[in-house]
Write a protein that binds this ligand. Structure first.
Ligand code: NAD
Ligand code: DAU
Length: 336
């Protein structure tokens, strides 16, 4: 199979490309990535001589058409992915997540190429603590500019499938963790703060709940859907990993041998979603997928070890990321 992977220099995409090259010798991979602040070509160093890398924009219709004409399938990870950035500057989210997806859909339509669309559980909005988890039937109700643009892109995929017969599947996954995640995101931000002896930064009271899944489990699910998913269908991906943010910060502090209350409460995110939770029954029963990383604490320890061992990968982004948070108005509200 000849595969085009968009966003392959980002967190999930780079892990996907590495896993694919290591485990599937019958697949040839071309990566298309614009190398925005979130893309890092070094994330592909270990497989650089076994893939083709194209530096370019998914919204470039001619480039995308040419690349898509030469492959059997597209897995579309590329996106502006950080909620906080979408609150400060929404335009790149509209351009990449909506216009970029349009560009890919037109190309796969023209060349009749199989397409898998990577999306997020955030398109469903948020849940109260007692609500049942999201399913494929949950109505869309996005909260942030990021999740609204991801929801828009999902709807484009559904329309192109129904109206033009595009052979597409979609997956909406919960919060990923693991190696190669940008230091702007919650878990890597706190790990790298702790490596630097800085206190973790918890938004508001820290009662928001996220449903954590290891990135390798997400990517194995993507392969399962690409190979066996029903065309036109959406699959939810999650590993029953619900935890509130404060508990995650306390686990990280314990892993560093620190007092679990040694963190700061900082300004909350406007419109902050309370809880995400995934019911992945369809994926488990119809396609037989099961996660391999059942123990979040063990996965977190391995992730901490990766950031300790790979400081040269994240260090260049750390100071600028913290400066951006400060410039966006993040203030310390207090301690425990
Ligand atoms: P990321 O921000 O780490 O990586 C995004 C990648 O896309 C980067 O390499 C960047 O350079 C590239 N990119 C951005 N704009 C581009 C453009 N216009 N053209 C080409 N490349 C461009 O993101 P991530 O966390 O790896 O997320 C990947 C996908 O998974 C996204 O679609 C995201 O919505 C989805 N997702 C993420 C999570 C999560 O927890 N991180 C969970 C569910 C779904
Ligand atoms: O649910 C899937 C989504 O998960 C993906 O679609 C997004 O691309 C991905 O970024 C992630 O979105 P979140 O907003 O949930 O992730 P983030 O890492 O930004 O924050 C996780 C939680 O931690 C959230 O409740 C906000 C909180 N937080 C975040 C940061 C950066 C903190 O308390 N402190 C922080 O410093």
């Amino acid at each position: 199979m000849r595969l085009l992977v968009t966003g392959g220099a980002g967190f999930i995409g780079a892990n996907f490309v590495q896993q694919t090259v290591l485990e599937r010798s019958d697949v040839t991979v071309t990566v298309l990535d614009a190398l925005t602040y979130a893309g890092n070509k070094a994330s592909l160093d270990s497989v650089a001589d076994r893939i083709d890398f194209v530096h370019g924009d998914i919204a470039d219709l001619d480039l995308v058409d040419e690349l898509v004409s030469g492959v059997d399938a597209v897995v579309h990870f590329a996106a502006e992915s950080h909620n906080d950035n979408s609150l400060s500057e929404p335009w790149p989210f509209v351009q990449t997540n909506i216009v970029g997806t349009y560009s890919l859909l037109q190309a796969v339509r023209r060349h009749d190429v199989r397409y898998h669309h990577i999306s997020t559980d955030e398109v469903y909005g948020d849940l109260d603590v007692d609500d049942p988890a999201f399913t494929e039937a949950t109505p869309y109700n996005p909260s942030s500019p990021y999740s609204a643009t991801k929801a828009s892109s999902d709807l484009l995929v559904r329309a192109w499938t129904r109206s033009f017969g595009v052979r597409a599947t979609l997956s909406n996954c919960s919060n990923n963790y693991g190696p190669y995640q940008h230091v702007e995101k919650f878990i890597p931000r706190q790990i790298t703060n702790l490596i630097d002896g800085v206190r973790p930064r918890l938004y508001g009271a820290g009662h928001q709940i996220r449903d954590w899944i290891h990135v390798d489990d997400h990517n194995r699910a993507v392969w399962t859907i690409l190979e066996n998913g029903q065309i036109g269908r959406t699959y939810l991906i999650g590993a029953d990993g619900e935890l509130d943010n404060k508990s995650v910060v306390r686990m990280l502090l314990e892993a560093f041998g620190r007092d679990p209350d040694d963190f700061d409460h900082v300004t909350d995110r406007p419109g902050h979603d309370q809880r995400y939770a995934i019911d992945a029954s369809l994926l488990r029963t119809e396609l037989g997928w099961t996660p391999r990383y059942g123990d979040f604490r063990a996965g977190l320890d391995a992730t901490i070890a990766w950031y300790r061992d790979n400081e040269s990968w994240w260090r260049p982004d750390k100071a600028g990321t913290e400066r951006a948070y400060a410039q966006a108005g993040e203030r310390t509200l207090g301690t425990e």
